[in-house]
Design a protein around this ligand. Structure first.
Ligand SMILES: [Zn+2]
Length: 413
């Protein structure tokens, strides 16, 4: 039996402490991190307060560390928001979180050697571990997948680049399961194989379709699906199967969770989006959240609202405001000090400085001009179009500008 060292994480960015819907599969990963080991990854994830990431198991050679309890979720195979292996879609974790691979699969990370390779002993240990998990949850071989199979991420690199290495790994697991001391471990798959050969042609075709799409093709699952599609009293007849196949074809069972993320507030979803849980790009995020576009628009508005609130103040200040503050002495003296105090770039500070200088110039000049003089200039087009522009160009306060305006109007009467 494999020996497992348990070191459970507490960081909520790796361990949200939500229950999986059920264990429906095992997902293989690699850490992409030479020179690391399960202990260093434990420290990394324990002090992780930035990225939602984690895995249940980390394996190096003969050393296995469990960091997340098997029945809890972590963030390991959902960066696209849905699973290409349909058998992992639609299963919600206890917090109602989405409906895909993270809610129903256990992740195993293979650690690397300093040269970036995976040690044969690491692979042997993972074979033992995967077989052990699959036996305990009664999972067929079709439920042992690579991260790559779920989202297309190149992970584990060695198993994507070298399909033969991956096949050898699978063969190892398969041998353990079939030579099992505990025969029920492979019952589901064995049953399918036996019954498939006896199935009539139309029956076979729906099973083939489901298998090809990575779906659970067991009778009980077909019955459940039939019910969802409004086929009542499903008993596996030819007609029912043809009907079900049509519905499945039409619904493209490969993607998208069918239910909205229930029980989540816009605020919670905005939290998650900000935390990067739903990837990037609006289409991806909406799909990952499993909400309609109206709801997504609300989430987006909330994220934007926060961005406005939490952005460093200088960004939301206008040049005029910053000039006000500089003039009021709020940012000390000396250009470097002021720029640092404002927290702006040199080019922004130059604009502030120009504004301050412009104002300083204003004080002396405009007083010499009479309202009538200024009105004449306005009429002559010297101060451009639009009241705001004209006022700025004249360098006068609003009260003075209103007088100029009134005079201009008088002149046109
Ligand atoms: Zn991975």
């Amino acid at each position: 039996m494999v020996k497992i060292t348990e070191k459970l994480l507490t960081s909520r960015y790796s361990r949200p402490r939500t229950k999986m819907h059920s264990v429906r599969g095992v997902v293989m990963h690699y850490t992409a991190n030479p020179n690391a080991n399960p202990d260093s990854h434990y420290r990394f994830f324990e002090y992780n307060n930035r990225r939602y990431a984690g895995a249940h198991y980390f394996v190096k050679r003969g050393y296995i560390v469990r960091m997340i309890p098997e029945g809890e979720t972590t963030y390991h195979a959902n960066e696209t928001g849905y699973s290409k292996v349909a058998a992992f879609n639609g299963y919600y974790s206890s917090d109602g979180y989405k409906g895909n691979a993270n809610s129903c699969t256990i992740g195993i990370e293979m650690e690397l050697e300093p040269d970036g390779s995976i040690h044969p002993e690491t692979i042997r240990t993972c074979i033992l571990l995967a077989a052990d998990i699959m036996r305990r949850y009664n999972l067929p071989m079709s439920r042992l997948v690579r991260h790559y199979d779920i989202t297309g991420k190149i992970c584990p690199l060695q198993f994507v680049r070298d399909p033969r290495a991956y096949q050898e790994f699978r063969n190892g697991v398969s041998r353990l399961l079939s030579g099992a001391s505990n025969p029920p471990a492979v019952a589901e798959e064995a049953t399918d194989k036996v019954s498939q050969s006896k199935r009539p042609v139309n029956n076979l075709s729906i099973v083939d379709f489901m298998e090809a799409h990575g779906m659970d093709s067991s009778f009980s699952n077909r019955k459940k699906l039939a019910q969802q599609f409004g086929i009542n009293g499903y008993s596996g007849t030819a007609n029912q199967n043809i009907e079900l196949l049509k519905k499945l074809n039409a619904s493209d069972g490969d993607s998208k969770p069918s239910k909205p993320a229930k029980g989540k507030s816009v605020k919670q979803m905005a939290d998650e989006v900000e935390a990067g849980k739903h990837g990037s790009g609006h289409a991806n995020r909406r799909k990952s959240l499993g909400v309609d576009s109206d709801t997504y628009a609300k989430v987006r508005a909330e994220v934007n609202r926060r961005a406005g609130v939490s952005a460093p103040k200088p960004k939301s200040k206008s040049i005029a405001q910053m000039a006000d503050e500089v003039v009021a002495g709020k940012h000390g003296s000396g250009h470097n000090n002021r720029r640092r105090s404002l927290g702006v770039s040199q080019s922004v500070y130059n604009q502030v400085r120009a504004e301050v200088n412009r104002r300083a110039g204003i004080k002396s000049a405009p007083k010499r001009k009479s309202i009538t003089q200024m009105a004449k200039e306005v009429v002559a087009g010297k101060h451009g179009q639009g009241h705001a522009n004209r006022q700025r160009s004249l360098g006068v306060d609003n009260a003075t500008y209103q007088k100029v305006r009134a005079r201009v109007n008088q002149m046109y009467k």
